[in-house]
Design a binder for this molecule. Structure first.
Ligand SMILES: *Cc1c(COP(=O)(O)O)cnc(C)c1O
Length: 380
């Protein structure tokens, strides 16, 4: 059997051990310390936001952002439907209700048209959402100008789930810095990783301070252990923050490498009739975290699952596009606003889409193997 080719595997820089060693040398083996402080300020500087708070996962960062915006029992939160479950789970942690918003074809991300429809309807029902959670899927920015204009017009704060889009930018501004809060993830399969971890960024220093308070069990300022609100244990380990610091040093290289992976796929497969890659919006610079494409069933007999199975037989990991959240059993009965009257864009992208191996450490030879097999399956 050939060596396994992963969808997206960790890619260390070699410098991680020196920051980890620092943590050990100073005995800061705890969810605080110099690496945590430095990682926070380095991410904030990189993204161009005022401050950041390092936490144990991207999911935790979303949970904190929603909590900081006062989301609670019975509130509505608008949320991109085409995303990983982690975007929406924290809405349920807080007892709130998600309303899912469809994608559009150009960005695969939240459709401004669908968002506007949902906002008009919500306003008429006196039930505007407490927050709008906008995802930048597979490293591609959503149409932030249009979406922000709408959210500002209705006075609804935005949380940007940039878990997949660290290093990407939209009109020269870094992904994750458009809303009140931005969220990054350093899970093992993300563009950079700390094995597990996340970051909350914002320009609101007071709110970031409060996020640190909430993330350390919300302990009041008193000698004895006193607590007035519900807190969490969500801070990032100082050891893992060390990994993050070294990873951040090579983030821009990783973006270049992922984009090069995409370019090679596009060059080799771009001419195939019925095969379309996820587009890149004008004036945006995606990180191409995963190269993603659709197969048009009218032109290509092979389904995405056929292709995923065929690649799996050759020890190559590919996977479907995220199953939209409005189609998940967990969210049965939740409200959903589609892009068009009879046009469920996210469902179509799910039915036709797949993600190809896209790791920054995948060799050109390995990628050649993937391309060869895809062409063989498509009888090219
Ligand atoms: C990975 C991911 C998350 C969650 O991040 P974790 O660090 O795994 O908790 C949230 N949203 C999206 C879109 C993701 O891909």
């Amino acid at each position: 059997m050939s060596k396994r080719i992963f969808l997206s595997s960790p890619h260390m820089s070699g410098n991680e051990q020196s920051y980890i060693k620092e943590a050990f040398d100073t005995n800061w083996i705890a969810p605080l310390g110099a690496n945590v402080d430095r990682f926070e300020s380095e991410i904030a500087t990189y993204a161009g936001s005022t401050c950041a708070s390092a936490v144990s996962s991207g999911t935790a960062a979303i949970h904190l952002a929603l909590d900081l915006l006062g989301v609670g029992q019975g509130d509505n939160v608008f949320c991109s439907t085409l995303t990983f479950i982690a975007t929406a789970n924290p809405i349920l942690y807080l007892g709130a209700e998600p309303v899912f918003i469809d994608s559009d074809e150009e960005s695969w991300n939240m459709s401004p048209l669908a968002l506007e429809k949902a906002l008009i309807e919500a306003k008429a029902e006196y039930k505007l959402p407490k927050a709008v959670l906008i995802v930048n899927l597979y490293g591609q920015s959503a149409k932030m100008d249009d979406l922000m204009t709408l959210c500002n017009a209705y006075g609804v704060p935005v949380i940007e789930d940039a878990a997949e889009s660290l290093g990407a930018s939209y009109k020269g501004k870094k992904s994750g810095t458009f809303g009140k809060f931005g969220v990054f993830s350093f899970n093992g399969n993300k563009i950079i990783t700390t094995s597990g971890g996340g970051m909350l960024v914002s320009d609101d220093i007071e709110q970031i301070k409060r996020s640190r308070f909430l993330a350390t069990q919300a302990r009041d300022q008193a000698m004895h252990y006193q607590h007035s609100v519900v807190g969490y244990n969500y801070r990032m380990s100082n050891v893992l923050a060390g990994i993050g610091r070294a990873q951040l040093e090579v983030l821009d290289d990783r973006v270049i490498a992922r984009r090069a992976v995409f370019e090679r796929y596009a060059e080799a497969l771009g001419e195939i009739d019925g095969l379309e890659f996820m587009p890149e919006l004008e004036n945006t610079f995606g990180n191409r975290w995963l190269t993603t494409l659709t197969l048009d069933p009218e032109k290509i007999e092979l389904t995405p699952n056929n292709l995923i199975d065929a690649l799996a037989e050759e020890n190559i990991e590919a996977r479907p596009v995220w199953k939209p959240l409005h189609l998940q059993p967990l969210f049965e009965g939740c409200k959903y606003c589609s892009h068009g009257e009879n046009d469920d864009v996210s469902k179509r992208l799910f039915e036709r889409g797949l993600c190809l191996p896209s790791g920054s450490n995948m060799t050109v030879e390995e990628q050649g193997r993937v391309i060869f097999l895809i062409k063989q399956q498509l009888r090219m």
